[in-house]
Design a protein around this ligand. Structure first.
Ligand SMILES: [Zn+2]
Length: 123
């Protein structure tokens, strides 16, 4: 559940379409984003997330001071309040709303192994 930061008591929903920005260990990559919409199937979302997470991890693997992959966030400002608050929301982490956490963790396990990155997932 995500609560509206303006009225503080209504639930926020993800809009029918928008942009997800990926953060790994609080880092951003310029192309580390993908689109979602209500017409995007879960299979397509999974494939998009997988492709972007792989690009991201491949890019991170080039850093000289490698830290383990720890925290992944899917950040979006494309949310709305059920009572219609119109303020611009600060960006929220919606990783569990877009894909389930187990799916995201599976992708991370696969790509971290492929690029020899350590993975330390925090729950
Ligand atoms: Zn609200």
């Amino acid at each position: 559940m995500m609560y509206c930061p303006k009225c503080l008591n209504n639930t926020l929903f993800i809009k029918d379409s928008g942009v997800i920005e990926i953060l790994i260990n609080e880092k951003k990559m310029d192309s580390g984003r993908f689109l979602f919409s209500s017409s995007t199937s879960k299979t397509e979302l999974y494939a998009d997330a997988q492709k972007k997470l792989e690009e991201f991890v491949k890019w991170l693997a080039n850093f000289s001071n490698l830290e383990p992959l720890k925290k992944v966030k899917f950040i979006t400002g494309d949310v709305k309040c059920e009572s219609g608050c119109v303020s611009a929301f600060s960006k929220l982490n919606v990783v569990g709303q877009i894909l389930n956490t187990a799916q995201v963790n599976q992708i991370l396990e696969d790509v971290s192994e492929k690029y020899s990155m350590d993975l330390v997932l925090e729950s």
